[in-house]
Design a binder for this molecule. Structure first.
Ligand code: CP
Length: 314
């Protein structure tokens, strides 16, 4: 099935059954991650370059651990420690790395489209680990996995995505992924944090009031305020944003009894979430999302690189 895909750059290129295969494979790798010895020989002999040209905690650490647990050789590379600071271009950098006969490049970059450019200049497979305001497909997959594990299904769920829609690469992948899997998607934001034409998002509903939509939602997905990508002042101050669009202890009574809270991290506590909701023992799925990251990334690496033996029977 995965012969059709060399890269994971645009989640919209994947069908519902292909996404389900990734989630089911991730569930198998979750068993590996709970063993005493959390390592399988699946990608022995494969070389994966993690090229992170922008900061990351969760994505970078989980890709690296996923690669190690699949027995791949890994090279961590990027940012201010490379010759790009001397003026070397992205294309020359990739062509240099190609000389090592690499099998995959995992790319995080502040520029939208960087993973696609890399894919045009390497024979290796390319995985987008977040590019500018564009896409973050493995984040969307780990979000789907978390929702599926909590709710037992994705199709038909009401998912609300709240906050900085305009600057979010998480939205760029999560909205199409949820729609492919048959969820109903609502976005909630002040007009200044929505695209100029919200209809291009392809969602079922756009709302300017969290209080109006909260009672309908099975999943409340809070987005980080992207301080590093904001231009101008999209809201008067963080206190007002928190009061109008933050998920807080005061708002919890509006939620369905079984509604869960997701957030891609890192959290701005006191802005989009208060600590009561971020750490809520029954509702918060945020650390489950982090765990899903390693399982889903193991599945993606395994499926794209065609591991001959996933080691699950060991
Ligand atoms: N969710 C996410 O991409 O987090 P990091 O930037 O820490 O990788």
């Amino acid at each position: 099935m995965f012969n059709a895909h060399k890269h994971l750059i645009d989640i919209s290129e994947y069908t519902d059954s292909e996404i389900m295969t990734i989630l089911e494979t991730a569930q198998q790798f979750s068993q590996v991650n709970q063993r005493r010895i959390k390592k399988v020989p699946t990608l022995k002999g494969k070389t994966i370059v993690n090229m992170f040209n922008e900061p990351s905690t969760r994505t970078r650490s989980s890709f690296e651990l996923a690669e190690k647990r699949l027995s791949a050789d890994t090279l961590n590379f990027g940012g201010s420690s490379t010759s790009t600071v001397k003026g070397e271009s992205l294309i020359d950098t990739v062509e240099t790395l190609n000389s090592y006969k690499i099998d995959m490049v995992v790319v995080r970059d502040k520029n939208a489209g960087a993973p696609y450019i890399v894919s045009q200049h390497t024979p290796a497979a390319v995985v987008d680990a977040g590019d500018g305001k564009h896409q973050h497909p493995t984040q969307a997959l780990l979000d789907l996995y978390t929702i599926w594990q909590h709710k037992g299904r994705i199709e038909g769920l009401n998912v609300g995505i709240v906050g900085d829609i305009a600057h979010s690469r998480v939205c760029g992948s999560l909205i199409p992924a949820l729609k492919i899997m048959g969820a109903h998607v609502t976005v909630v934001a002040p007009g200044t944090l929505l695209p100029a034409r919200p209809d291009v998002l392809g969602v079922d509903r756009v709302s300017f009031s969290l209080d109006d939509v909260l009672p309908d939602l099975d999943v409340v997905y809070m987005l980080r305020i992207q301080n590093e990508r904001l231009e101008g002042a999209p809201f008067p101050n963080l206190d007002e944003y928190h009061r109008l669009f933050g998920l807080t202890k005061q708002r919890e009574p509006l939620m369905r009894p079984d509604a869960i809270v997701c957030h891609p991290g890192p959290i701005n506590r006191g802005a989009e979430l208060d600590s009561y909701m971020a750490d809520h023992p029954e509702r918060s799925a945020i650390l489950d999302q982090v765990y899903a990251g390693i399982c889903v990334r193991m599945a993606v690496l395994y499926l794209l690189l065609g591991g001959a033996d996933n080691g699950l029977s060991a």
